[in-house]
Ligand binder design. Structure first.
Ligand code: PLP
Length: 377
């Protein structure tokens, strides 16, 4: 199988597995215990926190470990309640991951004003609308650093410049390890991370919470993570995340170059061989690893059949369309970018990784060209 769905998840690196194993086999202590076995786990977790914090330009006390991007996003959005003094309105981009959109929608039933912000046809946030819609001092704005379907990067510094007093949350799940991510340069207050997008283990991630923010945990129980996320930490997952993050940042230049050339070749081959193709990923403002395409004659094409046919030929790719009750829904991201329902349904997202080869790319492009010819007949 040729795996071109690395935005969904990546293959865990062997070195990451090796680093995790002792924390599953021998060092099985609970980091909250006071005896030696527990203290070893605590030291490992705090060392991981220090290293990951330094990789994102944060202080270790500003980072809590979570189960991943979904939990980190939910935690931020759900901390904005009528009772908390944190915020009284929530603005979010219409292209956010559902782990932001769904909790934001739920807030609107709790007397918090919520508003989805539009994007332009390239998928970049409408900054003028943001400036207009921000009405109070206590605004929480959630805008992802880079989109998981198109790879498009959002102008976080400009958002901060427009709203110096807003609380800004960014979902950095897709961008971390691919492009520079620095909390203080961005000027954000919250940021979400996930290990399994950077060749780390699934089920672990982090949430950056800027120092000084009066943040109340929504998950209560033990006093873990400085009372901000109750629950026994997993040293194995956290160490796995640490090693994956260290390697991603250490190798960022070579990985980026490899991913960029794979995507450039894919783009060139697809444009050459497939008629009526639309590229939804603008080169200058996107991650190095994602290429999203749709088709101008989408009304004539069965969106589901594209991915199914690719799968039959051994190509794993995806699109952002959710499958509801057995049928494919249009991607909310492409719809927000102004694409028709048919086009937002019949799209393909290829996402490469450091491990993708030129042969993988050539084979995928050939197969898609054949599949499209067959589906158009
Ligand atoms: N945010 C973005 C942009 C994502 O792409 C994903 C996963 O696909 C998530 C959040 C959810 O992260 P996790 O799978 O770690 O819960």
């Amino acid at each position: 199988m040729i795996y071109l769905d690395n935005s969904a998840t990546t293959r865990i690196d062997e070195s990451v597995v090796e680093a995790m194993l002792p924390w599953l086999r021998e060092n099985y202590g609970n980091a909250s215990s006071i005896y030696q076995l527990g203290r070893q786990a605590r030291v490992a977790i705090e060392y991981a926190r220090e290293e990951i914090a330094s990789l994102i330009g944060a202080h270790p006390a500003e980072l809590i470990f979570t189960s991943g991007g979904t939990e980190s996003n939910n935690t931020v959005l759900k901390s904005c309640t009528a009772e908390s003094n944190l915020c009284d309105e929530v603005l979010y981009s219409a292209i956010e991951h559902h782990a932001v959109i769904y909790p934001a929608k739920e807030l609107s039933s709790q007397k918090i004003r919520t508003f989805p912000l539009s994007v332009d046809n390239q998928g970049i946030l409408n900054l003028e609308e943001f400036a207009q819609k921000k009405t109070t001092k206590q605004t929480l704005v959630s805008v992802m650093h880079a989109n998981n379907e198109t790879g498009m990067i959002q102008p976080l510094e400009k958002i901060r410049a427009i709203a110096p007093d807003a609380l800004i949350h960014t979902d950095a799940v897709q961008s971390f390890g691919k492009i520079p991510v620095n909390m203080y340069e961005f000027g954000v207050d919250f940021a979400s991370f996930s290990a399994h997008k950077i060749h780390g283990p699934k089920g672990v991630g982090a949430l950056f919470i800027r120092k000084g923010i009066d943040f109340k945990a929504h998950q209560q129980g033990g006093g873990q993570e400085r009372n901000r996320r109750a629950g026994t930490e997993s040293p194995a997952l956290i160490v796995g995340f640490q090693v994956a993050a260290r390697q991603a940042i250490r190798e960022v230049a070579s990985r980026t170059e490899a991913m960029k050339s794979a995507v450039a070749l894919l783009r060139e081959l697809l444009v050459q061989t497939i008629p009526s193709i639309r590229i939804n990923t603008t080169l200058e403002h996107s991650l190095p690893n994602i290429l999203n395409i749709s088709f101008l004659d989408a009304e004539m094409i069965d969106g589901e059949a594209i991915l199914q046919s690719l799968d039959i030929y051994g190509i794993a790719a995806s699109n952002g369309s959710a499958c509801v009750s057995g049928s494919l829904q249009p991607s909310h991201v492409l719809s927000a970018m102004g694409r028709s329902d048919a086009e937002a349904k019949a799209a393909v997202r290829f996402s490469v990784s450091k491990d993708t080869t030129e042969l993988d790319v050539r084979r995928a492009a050939n197969v898609l060209a054949e599949v499209m010819t067959a589906l158009r007949q």
